[in-house]
Ligand binder design. Structure first.
Ligand code: SDX
Length: 431
């Protein structure tokens, strides 16, 4: 960041305080308030972090007004059409697109870490079969700290690198195992002759009883979904990973915390909630009823897959996913899927409705992803685990960046206290 030497003046209780202003490469300036409490004895107040930068970062940039998303400067639509997930993983982790040799080495390292410790198979058997795969994912990823002791020391650069590779490599295996376990089928081992996305489809959909051939177009669609979910600035789950990491917790525990946060329907759980909403709407003639419910302040119903804290224009990922939905459903011969028709009509109705226009509510990444995933054969319960395995590289890249930051310190927000002042204990006889 650039110290502009400019300052903002804060006048308070007859005093004037100078707040340094920093300028980013692109985006809004920031006011440095790190010394504010020490100088002025006041806190700032921003419960949802709507106006607060928690860190500086060079990984991802979103222009919410333009609907632009850059990963290390590269626009998401170009990466989605020209790159593939492991190349985007390299870009997010190391900052530049790899040479052919660098990419081959990276892909080999990831491929050779896709199997999990055989004891983890037993660990899975402790869960109920009908557990939500996200519950299993949180538990098993957290338990990786118990299986991979040799990559938990965050002060050892080699161990940090191994932990990053292990997490990127093993999350698809663990997510596929969570799926297989939930449907009572045997776990399927990864194969080193398949690429990242094809391997995931193989581990989810192949069975020992017959040959399984991955459709390359479905593998491409799967890989594109991974790319589109890879990273997204300081969203709730990434901020959770950063805060957990700030205490020095090991990377597996921190990623498990991120998975837990992502599960919420306001965040990564929205893809499952959105598809369930489309099914509840059922047909285009019921759309007006649900639009009215979404606008009704007394109704907690929200249009899932719509709205975003940062995007006040269409989420560029939704644009790519909408195109991908058309391609995949046509390939599968289900282009007349009623859910896709409902989604498209719902989108047009909302985009032309004064409420959504005034509040700048547009489709986000979760609006179309579920339609594609369901058409590919995944149950709704697997939508957020797929988001989690995709976002693992973003969480880990942000984690690496934070750990390497010499200014890194434990996150410890303050509060606006509205409770009781000190008072004496009252014996129960006197209450
Ligand atoms: C993700 O942060 C990220 O980057 C997240 C993510 C990532 O890649 O990591 O992009 C992934 O989480 C995408 C968002 C998925 N969630 C949903 O689709 C759930 C539905 N959307 C909303 O819950 C909501 O839009 C949020 C949570 C996404 C954003 O909420 P904000 O920024 O806190 O906005 P808000 O709740 O203050 O809403 C502003 C206004 C409110 O009305 P008023 O109180 O001002 O009158 O818009 C209304 C809201 O009631 N509103 C909606 C709405 N979203 C917001 N009204 C109806 N339907 C909606 N979907």
């Amino acid at each position: 960041m650039t110290d502009t030497k400019k300052t903002a003046q804060l006048s308070l209780n007859g005093e004037t305080y100078e707040l340094p202003i920093f300028s980013p490469t692109t985006g809004p300036d920031v006011l440095d308030i790190r010394k504010l409490y020490g100088q002025a004895g006041v806190f700032t107040y921003d419960p949802g972090f709507t106006s607060t930068a928690s860190c500086d970062s060079t990984i991802t940039y979103i222009d919410g007004g333009k609907g632009e998303l850059l990963h290390r400067g590269y626009p998401i639509d170009q990466l989605a059409s020209k790159s593939h997930h492991l190349e985007v993983c390299y870009l997010l982790l190391y900052g530049e697109l790899p040479t052919a040799a660098q990419l081959e080495d990276f892909e080999t390292r990831v491929t050779r870490h896709t199997m999990v410790h055989e004891q983890m198979h037993n660990f899975f058997r402790g869960f109920r079969r009908d557990a939500h795969p996200m519950a299993t994912l949180v538990g098993v990823v957290g338990a990786m700290s118990a299986f991979y002791h040799d990559s938990t020391d965050i002060n050892d650069p080699w161990q940090r690198e191994v932990a990053a590779i292990r997490l990127i490599a093993k999350l698809p295996t663990i997510a596929a195992m969570a799926y297989k376990y939930s449907i009572g089928q045997p776990f399927v081992y990864p194969r080193n002759d398949l690429d990242y996305a094809a391997n995931f489809l193989h581990m989810c959909f192949s069975v020992p009883a017959e040959e399984y051939h991955v459709d390359p177009i479905l593998a491409r669609a799967m890989d594109r979904i991974f790319i589109l979910h890879a990273d997204h600035e300081q969203n709730a789950s990434t901020s959770t990973v950063r805060l957990a990491s700030s205490s020095g917790a090991n990377p597996f525990a921190c990623i498990a915390a991120g998975i837990a946060c992502l599960w919420g329907p306001a965040h990564g759980g929205a893809n499952q909630a959105c598809l369930e909403m489309l099914k509840e709407i059922g047909s285009v003639d019921r759309i007006p009823e649900f639009i009215e419910r979404a606008k009704d302040k007394n109704d907690p119903f929200r249009l899932m897959g719509f709205g975003h804290r940062v995007y006040k224009n269409t989420d560029p990922r939704a644009t790519v996913l909408k195109q991908s939905a058309d391609e995949v459903l046509e390939l599968l011969g289900v282009e007349n899927n009623p859910l896709l028709q409902v989604a498209k009509e719902l989108e047009q109705t909302a985009l032309n409705d004064e409420y959504f226009i005034e509040k700048k509510l547009f489709p986000n990444v979760d609006f179309y992803s579920g339609i594609i995933l369901e058409a590919m054969g995944f149950p709704t319960s697997m939508f957020t685990p797929i988001f989690a395995l995709s976002r693992t590289v973003g969480w880990i890249s942000q984690w690496k960046e934070m750990i390497a930051d010499p200014q890194n310190k434990i996150g410890r927000p303050r509060q606006l206290y509205l409770g009781e002042t000190a008072r004496d204990y009252i014996d129960i006889e006197s209450r």
